[in-house]
Design a protein around this ligand. Structure first.
Ligand code: NAP
Length: 295
């Protein structure tokens, strides 16, 4: 029995769907959710739903009864998630889970005092808790989602171009569907216990390179502007972007500029048994196919 947390979220739902696509019987998949009304698509596919909250320990122990493999998708509450993940790990131990899979964050380059630490350190902190828990584990150190790109670019990228303080920094952006496929494969294969994988694309692109890909696809010239971080913050606040988002977007950009998300790892390709989705293809699917559901 495999349980996936965050099954109403993007990555969790994708992992459940990937398990189904790979032939796992829906009777053997449980989605951990908070609101059943949002999971009717999964229910219709025969997936069992269990309601629990990372903040409410007894609900977790109950939800984990009979689970052999537990996929913990990291939470999104920046201030609470260390304790939330601790609750999940302790409950998994109490429930006798045999394999804990955790989608963590990329730490392939130690750049020291990363501007993005205030977001990512709470996800990475859980890695060592899991290693110490005694539960056999697999950790997926996910690089930046490709799905972040359209969010960082904003709605009018085709007209305004890319405006971010990321300099010439390159990153190995990965799609959530590839992460989900890698997690599903590990659930279904032997040989992954007590391992940590670097989940990165095999290509690294700068924003200027991404702009030139988009330009070719759109048939218009999409410019890249690399403002200073201070100018970026001032401009975005004037445009009305919420302060916390401005803080996060500028921190991601600065970390990209410093090379924090560059990678030469082929772990993801190995886990997938194929090349990861390229950023070129991701952009095509996102901006030029009507049926896209990636954002
Ligand atoms: N590598 C990257 O670039 C990157 C980017 C963004 C996020 N992340 C991390 O990756 C995770 C998954 O990404 P995503 O896109 O799937 O995020 P998402 O769509 O926001 O999904 C997060 C899921 O966590 C669930 N959750 C939050 N708090 C919970 C709680 N207290 N108890 C139980 N469930 C709870 C949410 O439940 P509800 O549906 O009920 O709200 C949601 O289903 C994020 O949470 C974040 O830690 C990584």
């Amino acid at each position: 029995m495999i349980l996936v947390t965050g099954a109403n979220g993007h990555l969790g739902r994708s992992i459940v769907n990937s398990l189904l696509d790979k032939g796992v019987d829906a009777n053997n998949i449980i989605g951990l959710i908070r609101e059943e009304s949002k999971a009717q698509d999964l229910k219709a596919k025969g997936v069992t739903l269990r309601v629990a909250d990372y903040d409410w320990y007894p609900t977790l122990v109950k939800a984990f009864a009979g689970i052999e493999k537990l996929v913990l998708v990291s939470g999104r509450d920046l201030t609470a998630r260390i304790e939330q993940h601790d609750n999940v790990i302790t409950a998994a131990k109490e429930a006798g889970v045999k394999h804990l899979l955790y989608t963590s964050f990329f730490d392939g380059n130690d750049i020291g005092n990363s501007p993005f630490d205030f977001v990512s350190s709470s996800v990475k902190a859980t890695d060592s808790t899991i290693r110490k828990s005694g539960i056999p584990y697999t950790i997926f150190k996910d690089n930046l989602y490709a799905e972040l790109l359209p969010i960082l670019f904003g709605d009018r990228v085709m007209e305004t171009g890319i405006y971010l303080p990321a300099g010439e920094g390159r990153a190995a952006y990965v799609s959530r569907t590839d992460i989900a496929d890698a997690v599903a494969n590990v659930c279904l294969q032997d040989g992954h216990l007590n391992k940590a994988y670097n989940i990165s694309n095999t290509e690294n692109l700068s924003l200027a390179e991404i702009a030139s890909v988009l330009s070719a696809q759109a048939g218009v010239d999409i410019k890249t502007v690399n403002p200073s971080t201070a100018d970026y913050i001032e401009t975005m606040e004037k445009r009305g972007l919420p302060t916390q988002l401005v803080k996060i977007f500028s921190a991601i950009s600065e970390a990209i500029k410093l090379g924090e998300f560059q990678s030469s790892s082929t772990d993801l390709e190995m886990l997938l048994g194929r090349k990861p989705l390229s950023v070129q293809e991701f952009l095509k699917q996102t901006y030029f196919k009507q049926a896209s559901t990636v954002i």
